[in-house]
Design a protein around this ligand. Structure first.
Ligand code: SD4
Length: 343
């Protein structure tokens, strides 16, 4: 019953907020008809340059960068890469990029993935020193026959691709905290006093940037970049770089992205689940609720973790749902609170 109520509320709110957001984004009202590609089912964005949808408050930073790209005629793929790059450089929550909180041994290890509606995908996991893991993920997609590179091999490929890799982050004495940002080092040293490792995160610990973009030509892309869970085990990789778990997009259906406790999403391939739900006729909102319900069903104890899910279809319809309250997301330049299972 609680889900039913929240679903109705959410649907109404999202339709309104989506329209409001589109008016407020500064996207110019382009009167020339957009080229609709029948193969994508793209139909309702004729007066927009595109849609950007991103997780958490810093989704605004990502979307602004992405909107700039779309307004300049760029692709959804470019928009997602540039949105994620913006947060990798400037993440006040210390959960994206090199200034993030480290693992329990004091190393910042990063995960990222990128995917297009045509089914092209690239991802990197457990990389150190890479300034823009999202661009490395894109390089894996575009310049290798592979989908996922991890660890030292991924870092070597970053250097070969001309991407910035900070050697000191790879060579540092972790226990000396030599490579951590001052804020991350302070928090990590506090954590070391008790070394309480729990393979669960509390809801303040969720701030991955995951992003979806739909451009005026009806192309969709998804991306995600994160340092994963603070104080995770060294070597742990979460859902974010796993295609189908943290992100998934498939033309002509839509895309979905996740944030939260990655293990719960990995067990259910959450993003893929939501896209398949849309394929079978659910709206993006229903698909998010369906996927979150499955995540709770499979993992139990919803009070102990957070997962936030966003979905976008090729008609431009948006869905958002979370396990717990407090999951914010940005649609264009407006910020929203997602409805949740637990309130
Ligand atoms: C992970 N899903 O590594 C990521 C963390 C996250 O918001 O999304 N935080 O499990």
């Amino acid at each position: 019953m609680a889900v039913e109520i929240s679903r109705r509320t959410a649907l109404g709110a999202l339709v309104v907020s989506s329209l409001t957001a589109c008016r407020n984004t500064g996207w110019s009202e382009d009167s020339s008809p957009t080229t609709a590609r029948a193969s994508t089912g793209f139909s309702s964005l004729n007066n927009m340059k595109g849609i950007t949808l991103s997780t958490w408050n810093h989704g605004l930073t990502a979307n602004r960068a992405g909107i700039g790209v779309l307004n300049g005629g760029g692709t959804a793929l470019d928009a997602v890469e540039s949105g994620c790059r913006a947060v990798e450089l400037d993440c006040p929550d210390m959960t994206v990029g090199l200034a993030s909180r480290p693992d329990r041994d004091g190393f910042v290890t990063l995960d990222a993935a990128i995917m297009t509606g045509e089914g092209r995908a690239g991802a990197v996991g457990f990389v150190r020193g890479v300034v823009h893991p999202i661009s490395l993920a894109r390089a894996v997609m575009e310049r290798t026959p592979h989908v996922l590179l991890v660890g030292a091999g991924a870092e070597q490929f970053a250097r070969e691709s001309g991407l910035e890799v900070r050697p000191e982050c790879q060579a540092c004495d972790a226990i000396g905290g030599a490579c951590l940002s001052p804020a991350a080092e302070r928090e990590w040293r506090d954590w070391l006093l008790e070394r309480q490792y729990r393979p669960r995160i509390n809801i303040e610990n969720h701030d991955t940037i995951s992003m979806l973009a739909l451009d005026k030509n009806g192309r969709m892309a998804a991306g995600s970049t994160t340092s994963g869970l603070a104080y995770k085990m060294h070597g742990r990789v979460g859902d974010s770089p796993i295609i189908g778990a943290g992100i998934f997009v498939d033309a002509p259906i839509g895309g979905a992205i996740c944030t939260g406790l990655g293990e719960t999403v990995l067990r259910t391939l959450g993003a893929h689940l939501a896209v398949e739900a849309m394929r079978h006729g659910m709206t993006p909102q229903e698909a998010c609720e369906h996927a979150i319900a499955r995540i709770i069903e499979k993992n139990g104890n919803p009070a102990e973790y957070q997962v936030g899910m966003l979905a976008l279809d090729f008609h431009g319809r948006v869905g958002a749902f979370a396990v717990q309250k407090g999951f914010t997301y940005a649609l264009g330049e407006s910020l929203h609170d997602a409805p949740s299972e637990l309130r």
